[in-house]
Design a protein around this ligand. Sequence first.
Ligand SMILES: Cc1cc2nc3c(=O)[nH]c(=O)nc-3n(C[C@H](O)[C@H](O)[C@H](O)COP(=O)(O)O)c2cc1C
Ligand code: SF4
Length: 593
Amino acid sequence: MSLFLKIFNLVEFKNFCAKIWKSSYSETNFLSVLLLTLHMPKNLSELSGRKGTERNLFEALGKAAENSGTLSKEQMKELSEEFLFGKGNIYGATSFYDFLREENKGKKVYVCNGSACLVAGTQDTVKKKLNSHFEESEVGEMCCLGRCHENKAFWYNGFNYSGNDIDQIENLISNPKVEIQANDKYEVGCSGSAILTANQIKAEEYVAHLKKWLVLSSDEVLTQIKESGLRGRGGAGFPSAFKLEACAKAVGDKKFIVCNADEGDPGAYSDRYILEHQPYKLIIGMIMAGYVAGANTGVIYIRGEYPESVLITEVAIAELTHVGCIGENILNTGFSFHFKVIKAQGAYICGEETALLNSIEGQRPEVRVRPPYPAQQGLFNRPTVVSNVETLACIPFILENGGAHFASIGRGRSTGTKLVSLDGFFNRPGIYEVDMGTPLSQVVEDLGQGFRSPVKALHIGGPLGGLLPVSKIKELSIDFESFNEGGFLLGHASVVSIPADFPIISYLEHLFAFTAHESCGKCFPCRIGSTRGKEMIQKAQKDEYVIDRKLFNDLLETMEIGSLCALGGGVPLPIKNALRYFDEELKQYFSAN
Ligand SMILES: Cc1cc2nc3c(=O)[nH]c(=O)nc-3n(C[C@H](O)[C@H](O)[C@H](O)COP(=O)(O)O)c2cc1C
Ligand code: SF4
């Protein structure tokens, strides 16, 4: 028993139980509680699933907080009774999210604090201008609004603004915006095959496509996806056909396709581009994924920081429903598929697929231990495929042109194209679609047309992606293998440029602070490690304190190998990159060895 507890890092929990139970403590009752605790989230999944996707607990939590910015005790009690969740479970979920927790009460406007806006140095001015119209307590923070192409981003009254919008704040307050078009403009370009950036066809044109595809057997559709070599664009690059096949084979009275549209990586706005400008590709891709996996329901989980994306996607679903592409017995093919859009409430970790499933269920979004994998036991304990927006949006092209054609684009095992998002430091920021294998230098110099001011590093692939000095640009190409071999990570291929005058130590502080804020808290290395890392770096900048390099390396190693998911496990990568490539700048903060 002691060895078991040691292996599973439960000694601390056992001692805690012994302390509170005092004389009644025994290892047997400890084990019973432990097993019950581990089993409880599964029961909550069942309870949450009783009402299906129609009356959804997470959505109800969001609606309840709409007016005041948080939930009252009465509202929490009512929801706990309706959904048969414990009050503690409801409080546990509510207190997790940026836009539901008590501290959010009364917020009227939010300033973006994502990496791109931070390094652009625009947000102090935005805050100052907002503070002259709002009480300080009414101004909150959001991370990130995906306006990395022009910065100065803020959220007001249900819409996002950026660039010069802040200069119009008085006007925005007196004439609140009502239309739902995405109001920002950025360059959209392509070098190679236009799969995701080709003009979106009309909703009616998908009728003919679906009539053709839904008479194929699901195995035939799966074969095309297999042949395409499509790999997940959400970060891990996992073969998509494998997940679809696993879900198809899993036993379940109901199955789900969940679209991960929680694009939380600061610097990334390519999923936002698809949701707002190419939503039919995603929606049709989900229908066909459902056809393969045997799922009849698609859930699109969109981050709350993208209000326009939520509205535009809902309109697109209504348009495709109107022409008969969505619903019962689609176009008399015998296949039915329904959609649910869920607006998230501000938590980066909900991009991790199992935290996302807990979130939809209204549970505290802690990462789940795998196995079982979502394809076996996912949403409401039912077989589920969780896939990224960009991945799913490739499926219509694959079916129209054949898997082999998709596989012929790209390089090696990285087939197809990749969307890359460039931030405001480029002369031509925007979304660019490139064939996998395209040299990074081509993206930087030809598509982005270089930098508008000196830049020393690029942070590619979100907070967990690699931090590369600009000298590395010529060595890399946009594909999974090139980045892995170079000691970096392609991730979602978002690019945040670190200007020459921005201290790398401040960027490391930002990364630790981000991780500490977003950690789900389930495992110690990430929960405690990210906070200790942040403290060390803060102290080194303020006090006569030199970071013990060995201790710091131990911390990074513990996080890397001991964390349950790639948040705690991934953030050491950019930090190690910085220590390696920016040693000259950083060594004043660290001991020699
Ligand atoms: C901390 C963390 C955040 C993540 N955020 C996202 C995200 O915003 N969008 C996404 O698609 N995948 C994200 N992922 C990856 C998902 O867990 C999952 O691998 C992905 O949604 C699977 O889809 P794909 O196979 O199409 O890539 C994240 C993973 C981690 C560990
Ligand atoms: S690494 Fe962080 S986010 Fe991931 S499970 Fe552990 S505490 Fe949660």
